[in-house]
Ligand binder design. Structure first.
Ligand code: F6R
Length: 615
């Protein structure tokens, strides 16, 4: 989490940094800061709050300098306040640094520095790091790059950093381990950022720094990339960015989340494009095809993920076991990595992650790789850390997801997982040609059905949201394929409207949660026709007998549940296996509208950040 931006070139750095930070705010938004480098020294502004607050705080700065770095923070060490905000200055005022990540051994380094007379103003690990660099620079008379390199070799943790030195004002030094960092290369100008969005309108050429690498960026020179460990030169791998500016703007929608919900017919179609070839009766996925031995001989598939991506993994368990009859286990990445799991060489481990940077998922994958398993990544962000360490993978092609609550990434993940499950089932003979045909034809219809749902929900879901927005709790129920949908619906509600919500398998109600039911407890029930419909009807009867309100998601033509429920949202019917893609849409919209009506910050919910690069 945290976003960093830097510029060195011939333009004014200030607007590039401010606009860049706004684009990176999804990574953290509890404080922001920037520093501009001038002949006379550093001009620094930082504040608790958002980038708009930083703009206000910067009103007196001279905006003409051409070099600067900035930061938007998601607090790890120290509460969000002005002092803990980045950038942080070294004691001698010579160095200034922004940091995304965590320095785990900062306490011992701080002690060493304190013993040498250094003083600290903030509670951050970052202020420790910048002073640690000062220590090497002074004691060993090192250049900025050398001092950074030596200091980083002593550091344990994760970081992406950018550092300026006022005695070498035309240089920016950056480095990374575990947190992403991209360098944009323009015409005698350079950009630095946590992802490429801050510089997309200036250049299409970017270098994604590899873990363990650092770079010295100097005007008029080629970017000098080296390994942090040994100072060995690394050749520049310049990639052409595929990102376009429209993809990272709101495009007329009030919030990114709403835009991303409405983008789903397109993002699902893009995820299928070139892969689902219904007329030819095939699913083309090089990442699977090139390693089919691994998949088809796998004794077990283990899926590791966090949050919404974990919920996609739960649906995948049902699909892969149904279509391909390969046993699947789904684990929270954070639990998996710390519980001494049994991982065999015959296992395939799939990591699902929108950002491709989630620290726990990345660590779980590294563990699986060490134990010899074949590791496969499903990511949305091209070139992300997970995409780079996996043996093979598949991108979701949902396009940049900026709203902190994941929406289109989830349905794109479900789509790609459906393709994988179908492909495995076809190739290991568990699915007949007729079943495969039927299912692929159905999957191809999904983008149109999603479009239909979006149209049908207009003017319906916002009214339901108005009715229930003041309840402090909610329960989500689903069975089978839609049990993970219930979990996802509850997560969406909690994270953006701060209403306590829990998802359960509908049949589990009577084993405890039913005690919570009374007239103040809305229960959102997924009651699609093919999903154990009769059983769900009985569950709804049990809920109604406890006077709780029922909001039901039903299929077109439904009569029984519709007659019992207080409110209904109607969606078209599809194969049960793909129904979580459809049920996700009204659940996303319900959370969205409740949050809007409660006047919450939909795109930047409190305490959250989009890319969780800390454990
Ligand atoms: C929920 C949400 C989070 C993420 C989780 C994993 O809306 O966004 O729960 O799903 O932090 O993130 P990725 O998929 O980037 O690994």
């Amino acid at each position: 989490m945290c976003g960093i931006v830097g510029y060195i070139g011939h333009r004014e750095a200030y607007p590039i940094i401010i606009n860049g930070l706004k684009r990176l705010e999804y990574r953290g938004y509890d404080s922001a800061g920037l520093v501009l480098s001038t002949e006379q020294g550093f001009q620094l502004a930082k504040t608790r709050g958002k980038v708009v607050d930083l703009e206000e705080k910067s009103s007196d700065l001279d905006k003409t300098p051409n070099i600067g770095i900035g930061h938007t923070r998601w607090a790890t060490h120290g509460v969000p306040n002005d002092v803990n905000s980045h950038p942080h200055l070294s004691n001698n005022g010579r160095l200034v640094l922004v940091h995304n990540g965590i320095i785990e051994n900062y306490e011992s380094i701080k002690k060493l520095l304190t013993d040498k007379g250094y003083v600290f103003h903030s509670d951050t690990d970052t202020e420790v790091l910048v002073n640690f660099i000062q220590l090497f620079q002074e004691e060993q008379n090192l250049s900025l790059a050398e001092a950074v390199r030596v200091a980083l070799n002593e550091v344990i943790g994760a970081y992406a950093i950018a550092v300026l030195d006022n005695q070498d004002p035309e240089t920016v030094v950056v480095g990374r381990l575990g947190s992403p960092l991209a360098i944009g290369i323009g015409d005698n100008e350079f950009f630095v950022a946590s992802d490429a969005s801050p510089f997309i309108e200036f250049t299409k050429d970017a270098v994604y720094l590899e873990d363990g690498d650092m770079a010295t960026i100097r005007l008029g020179e080629k970017v000098d990339v080296r390994t942090i460990q040994n100072n060995e030169p690394v050749s520049l791998d310049i990639q052409e960015l595929q990102l376009n500016i429209e993809a990272i703007e709101k495009g007329g929608f009030e919030h990114f989340m709403l835009k991303e919900i409405y983008e789903q017919p397109r993002s699902i179609r893009d995820t299928m494009r070139g892969r689902l070839l219904v007329d030819e009766g095939i699913i083309k996925m090089a990442g699977i095809w090139d390693h089919q031995e691994k998949f088809l001989n796998a004794k077990r598939i283990i899926i590791v993920a966090c949050g919404t991506s974990y919920h996609a993994g739960l649906v995948a368990e049902y699909m892969i076991e149904d279509f391909a009859r390969i046993p699947v286990e789904v684990e929270y990445a954070s639990e998996f990595r710390y519980r001494n799991p049994i991982i065999k060489k015959s296992d395939v481990v799939i990591a699902i992650s929108q950002s491709g940077e989630t620290a726990d998922t990345l660590a779980a994958l590294k563990l699986a790789k060490e134990k010899g398993a074949f590791i496969f990544g499903i990511n949305n962000v091209v070139g992300s850390s997970i995409a780079r360490i996996t043996d093979a993978g598949a991108y979701t092609h949902a396009g940049p997801e900026i709203g902190v609550a994941s929406t289109k990434a989830f349905t794109a993940q479900l789509t790609i997982l459906a393709l994988i499950a179908l492909k495995l089932g076809k190739h290991n003979g568990q699915l007949s040609a007729a079943q495969f045909n039927l299912l692929t034809n159905e999957l191809e219809r999904i983008p149109d059905l999603v479009q239909q749902i979006l149209e049908n929900c207009e003017g319906v879901v916002d009214k339901i949201a108005e009715k229930y927005k003041d309840n402090s709790n909610a329960i989500y129920l689903g069975r089978g394929y839609n049990y993970p949908s219930a979990l996802e619906g509850a997560l969406k509600l909690k994270e953006i409207s701060y209403i306590h919500a829990e998802g359960y398998p509908a049949a589990e109600m009577k084993h405890g949660p039913i005690a919570l039911l009374d007239e103040n407890m809305p229960v959102i029930v997924i009651a699609t026709k093919k999903g154990y419909y009769e059983k769900v009807v009985s569950n709804i009867q049990e809920i109604k007998s406890r006077s709780a309100k029922v909001i039901a998601i039903v299929n077109e033509g439904d009569e029984q549940v519709s007659a019992m429920a207080d409110d209904v949202i109607v969606i078209p019917e599809t194969a049960e296996e793909f129904s979580p893609i459809l049920t996700a849409i009204p659940l996303q919209l319900l959370s969205y509208w409740i949050a809007v009506k409660l006047d919450k910050n939909v795109d930047q919910p409190r305490n959250l950040a989009k890319s969780v690069t800390v454990e």
